[in-house]
Write a protein that binds this ligand. Structure first.
Ligand code: SF4
Length: 410
């Protein structure tokens, strides 16, 4: 029987990069010319940008195996809905060869099914792909590109430890334009060390000039055990102050709105009709498969994360890729999660639907908790919808969500 909780979205984690960015704590391995010598004393030099690395080939075989195991289980349960969205994230998926992308998509189609009109997104980093490589991705079925740019100033790219410069960004966009790719997104980061408001404005202006359909704007978070964590203390220079990062957020909201982008989620802007369907799965708290090392699935109301190193992931696959039973979340947890994700969207959440699922009393508690933010104009109630205002409600969403969580689960 087809159940409405059966995922129609799949995320594939590709855990390889040319270089570890100084702010990144993702589970990835460095391949190619930036790989530290101490990690490859006996191995031959790898291709300069890490493409065709033997570890990648080995990993693709394992990932295809995980997809096949999942497909077998779904066949036994007689429960399968074709995927409406697929997302190759990482890491740097553009280090995959087009044939490897083709293999993974064919394996997904064979075992899970991919809908004819599916959105198939792939993250690409400047400097890791050329025109034939991109043409191969598109021929394999990729129809949406997310380009990791982060900044347009050489000095800020160097501060971040990015593996590319500004010339590679320009070249990457030329490749996208030459291939006729319209559905593409560009990522930027605000709040970087040494970043000035003028530089941020310049990055926004340059991003708009490249004419992407979608722009993601992330505020830097200094994660534990990253190079940034060792170098910078939050609240101290050269990190921008809280007031400056708030100013950057408002500047992005104003500048991108003036350029015709809808601010549809805390960090995401799209031209009308070009929102990311896959990422909406997360914000709407719908189920998804997370496949590959370190990825998390959300199926049947439960989340399950895979091992975060390749060797542990391979061991887990060899043992049958069994997901251990987990404690089902409490209704309070489910409500908190639904609000935490749903209030990220500009349209907010449907209170009628929430009352049906979680009961009128719980929703009354939520409304009482956000009441004081209404006076500041951070929360907007329109009919039976509850949303955060743009930009200040979205900017201060953490404070609002904290108050909600305390009310639901004191
Ligand atoms: S490219 Fe992305 S995943 Fe890779 S190290 Fe940089 S931030 Fe992390």
């Amino acid at each position: 029987m087809v159940s409405s909780s059966q995922p129609q979205a799949a995320y594939l984690h590709i855990p390889f990069c040319r270089r570890r960015c100084f702010y990144c704590d993702f589970p990835i391995s460095v391949v190619g010319d930036f790989k530290p010598l101490r990690d490859r004393p006996d191995s031959p030099p790898e291709p300069s940008n890490g493409r065709n690395s033997p570890q990648i080939g080995e990993y693709v075989v394992a990932l295809a195996q995980e997809i096949a195991i999942l497909g077998d289980r779904l066949r036994q349960w007689g429960d399968r809905r074709p995927l409406a969205t697929v997302f190759f994230g990482g890491g740097t998926p553009s280090l995959l060869a087009p044939e490897q992308v083709d293999t993974l998509l064919q394996t997904l189609d064979r075992h899970l099914g991919i809908a004819a009109d599916a959105e198939i997104s792939m993250e690409l980093d400047p400097g890791t792909f050329d025109r034939p490589w991109l043409a191969g991705f598109l021929a394999a079925g990729v129809n949406r590109i997310s380009l990791g740019v982060q900044a347009f100033q050489p000095e800020l790219l160097a501060v971040c430890g990015r593996s590319h410069g500004v010339a590679e960004i320009t070249q990457a966009v030329e490749h996208l334009n030459a291939a006729g790719v319209q559905n593409w997104s560009l990522d930027l980061i605000s709040g970087l060390p040494h970043q000035s408001i003028a530089q941020w404005q310049d990055s926004l202006t340059q991003a708009i000039a490249l004419n992407p359909a979608h722009i993601s704007v992330y505020d830097l978070i200094v994660e534990p055990q990253t190079a940034f964590d060792r170098r910078y203390q939050p609240g101290d220079r050269p990190l921008p102050s809280d007031q400056q990062t708030a100013q950057m957020y408002r500047l992005a909201a104003q500048t991108l709105a003036a350029a015709g982008f809808e601010h549809y989620e805390v960090s995401n802007y799209a031209r009308p009709g070009w929102q990311c369907r896959h990422n909406r799965t997360y914000w709407e708290n719908r189920p998804y498969y997370g496949l590959g090392m370190g990825a998390t699935s959300y199926v049947g109301g439960q989340r399950f994360g895979r091992p975060r190193t390749r060797s542990a992931y391979y061991d887990w696959l060899a043992a049958g890729a069994i997901e251990p039973p987990t404690e089902p979340p409490t209704p309070a947890d489910q409500l908190a999660e639904t609000l935490m994700l749903g209030l990220r969207l500009a349209e907010g959440v449907d209170l009628g639907q929430l009352r049906q699922t979680f009961g009128a009393e719980a929703i009354a508690q939520v409304l009482a908790a956000v009441d004081r933010f209404g006076a500041a104009g951070w929360v907007v109630r329109s009919g039976d919808r509850l949303a955060l205002s743009n930009p200040d409600g979205l900017l201060f969403s953490n404070q609002i969500l904290t108050a909600i969580f305390q009310a639901i689960d004191p």
